[in-house]
Design a protein around this ligand. Structure first.
Ligand code: FAD
Length: 324
């Protein structure tokens, strides 16, 4: 495969972890990988993206792409596809980027495959594997020849390259003229969700997660203390988020986020298949549950059969004692 374009997300020029995973997926398939990044500071990502295999970084930092209006992003993405000559676009499968990509796909008549967990090149083109039914089955999808393929990569499905030693990517500013039609959506207000000092879940290397076994919303104070003791993020099962005990954006699983931290600690979570679909690739899984037959123990590296209200405080005390 000649050139793949990777759409990357960054925070003021620092690529997000999932963007580096997308680059790793692209690099495994293509002779040449271009990246495209939007917004202020995009060009500052050139060194990190180059180190992870991108040869060229296409940027567009017009004021129109500082808001969440997706129209201008879609126009710029189409320009990046033209500039790179790529037939395949890979992108992190989050809702915002999926919106941009879908708009570009309609303009181009391209095929879109979402939430891929694996990619292979067959004689008749790129084949993307998707996990379906909570990870119980795999489906394989291909965009028919003659169409560009836009493939959303599920967070943490690929590992970012360890050997990040490439040269900085050459920065190329996209020449894009936006029409009034492209700018017709105006974002009137943006309300930032308070996330405190904790890391974002999909970027975190440690996650403390809680479920229905916590008993009520206040139970999450214990999970937050555990997360803070370890410098981690807080996750939740759907039972907990549906009950209103914790915000939905912290939900892990099939209909929540996919995480793959170095350490996942689940307290009062049974380990239903839909929850496991979002965390089973964690490097080390620890579970605390009163039920020795809870399904989570079948995938746990460490398990404690016991009441979380006793086990978690004791765990926090021990971690604090050892870190003194
Ligand atoms: C289409 C679909 C999509 C779904 N998507 C998701 C998803 O994305 N994420 C998700 O999480 N779920 C999802 N679910 C729901 C999923 O099937 C389960 O219902 C849910 O994960 C259960 O959450 P839980 O483990 O917190 O609760 P439960 O299954 O009720 O488990 C609670 C656990 O806590 C233990 N416990 C109780 N008291 C204590 C105590 N004091 N100390 C220690 N342990 C205790 C119990 O033994 C039990 O194992 C989905 C379901 C469907 C149908």
């Amino acid at each position: 495969m000649s050139t793949i374009l990777a759409l990357v997300e960054h925070d003021a020029g620092v690529p997000r972890k999932v963007s580096l995973q997308v680059l790793a997926a692209a690099r495994a398939l293509a002779d040449d990988v271009h990246a495209v990044a939007f917004g202020p500071g995009a060009a500052d990502a050139a060194a990190a993206l180059g180190a992870h295999g991108a040869t060229t970084l296409h940027t567009f930092d017009d004021a129109a792409v500082t808001s969440y209006a997706t129209g201008p992003h879609a126009v710029a993405l189409a320009a990046a596809l033209d500039a790179s000559g790529a037939g395949v676009l890979l992108y992190p499968a989050d809702p915002f980027l999926t919106d941009i990509v879908a708009r570009t796909a309609v303009r181009r008549g391209a095929g879109v495959i979402t939430d891929a967990v694996d990619l292979t090149v067959a004689d008749d083109g790129l084949v993307a594997t998707k996990a379906i039914f909570g990870g119980d089955m795999l489906s394989q999808c291909r965009v028919r020849d003659g169409h560009q393929a836009f493939v959303g990569i599920k967070a943490n499905a690929f590992a970012a390259a360890d050997d990040a030693d490439g040269e900085p990517a050459a920065v190329s500013s996209l020449a894009v003229t936006l029409s009034d039609e492209d700018r017709r959506i105006e974002i009137l207000d943006v309300v930032e969700q308070e996330s405190g000092d904790r890391p974002e879940m999909t970027e975190a290397s440690i996650i403390a997660a809680g479920g229905r076994g916590l008993g009520d919303a206040e139970g999450f104070q214990l999970i937050e203390r555990l997360a803070d003791t370890l410098g981690g993020a807080v996750g939740a099962s759907r039972a907990a988020t549906d009950a209103g005990w914790y915000p939905h954006q912290h939900q892990i699983g099939q209909t929540g986020k996919t995480v793959a931290p170095q350490l996942y600690i689940g307290s009062g979570i049974s380990g239903a298949i839909q929850h496991r679909a979002g965390m089973q690739t964690s490097q080390l899984i620890a579970a605390i549950n009163t039920d020795p037959d809870a399904p989570i123990f079948s995938i746990a590296d460490f398990g404690v059969v016991g009441d979380l209200h006793k086990v978690v405080p004791a765990l926090i005390d021990e971690i604090e004692r050892r870190s003194e």
